[in-house]
Design a protein around this ligand. Structure first.
Ligand code: URA
Length: 240
């Protein structure tokens, strides 16, 4: 579901502000009924007309990108840094689902499917995200238990996580840790490690639910196939 004015803007018909004006003037119908209220929720199966013209439905596109380091996960950047959209050749208005930090690499989904995006971001839909963190130290059993149980960040405990040590370098005193979480709070992984006394030197997201980076080198992307999109919706809705 999407707000009516957003759906109109996403179709490329006009800007969101212009769409709001058209709605207020009574120029917009949804399934044949004039809608003057703002924020009415519509889905892609609703028939929307503006000034008697049927709104074209933008085809949905789903892209899986292997984000490199040094790229921002926004659609534009005021510091003129490279954005994830600069890596993708599309004429659709895609936006990233969630964020990876400038220096974080790995799997990122981009889409123009607002419904899927909202479902993925909703905390009740517990989609696993698997991160590999290189940390500056050898994680103690105590730290592992704290990460597993949850860490208080901004006054709220993180949900239980899965923690696995993948590799230890006793000489360099670093280790590679696999952390599986399903929330997506700001800088969550780095802050969780920081809270137990470790600094994340490198961070990569390896998996989102069943989607991984197989076949994608850094900076490369591929389209999801319809079966994968269906499976993703299934995974997201199974907790309903
Ligand atoms: N957690 C972080 O700290 N950074 C990311 O980029 C993603 C999750």
């Amino acid at each position: 579901m999407e707000r009516l004015q957003k759906l109109i803007a996403q179709s490329g018909y006009c800007s969101r502000r212009k769409a709001e004006e058209e709605i207020q003037k009574g120029h917009v119908t949804v399934n044949g009924e004039i809608v003057r209220e703002m924020g009415v929720q519509v889905s892609s199966s609703d028939q929307v007309m503006i000034n008697g013209i049927l709104l074209k439905k933008e085809e949905k596109e789903y892209i899986l990108l292997n984000k490199p380091r040094g790229v921002v996960t926004t659609t534009s950047d005021d510091k003129h840094r490279k954005t994830v959209l600069d890596l993708i050749d599309t004429n659709k208005r895609l936006y990233p689902v969630g964020r990876l930090d400038y220096d974080t690499t790995g799997i990122l989904l981009l889409t123009n499917d607002g419904e899927l995006s909202n479902l993925m971001m909703h905390p009740k839909n517990q989609i696993d995200k698997v991160y590999i963190a290189k940390v500056d130290g050898i994680l103690t059993g105590e730290a592992i238990n704290s990460l597993k149980k949850g860490i208080v960040l901004d006054g709220k405990k993180t949900a239980p996580a899965k923690v696995k040590i993948r590799k230890k370098d006793l000489k360099k005193k670093t280790c590679m840790v696999e952390l599986t979480i399903h929330e997506g709070r700001n800088h969550q992984v780095k802050r969780m490690f920081e809270a137990v006394g470790y600094r994340v030197e490198k961070l990569k997201r390896e998996r989102i639910s069943f989607l991984d980076l197989k076949g994608l080198n850094s900076g490369e992307y591929r389209y999801l196939n319809p079966k994968e999109v269906k499976k993703l919706y299934f995974e997201l809705q199974k907790n309903d």
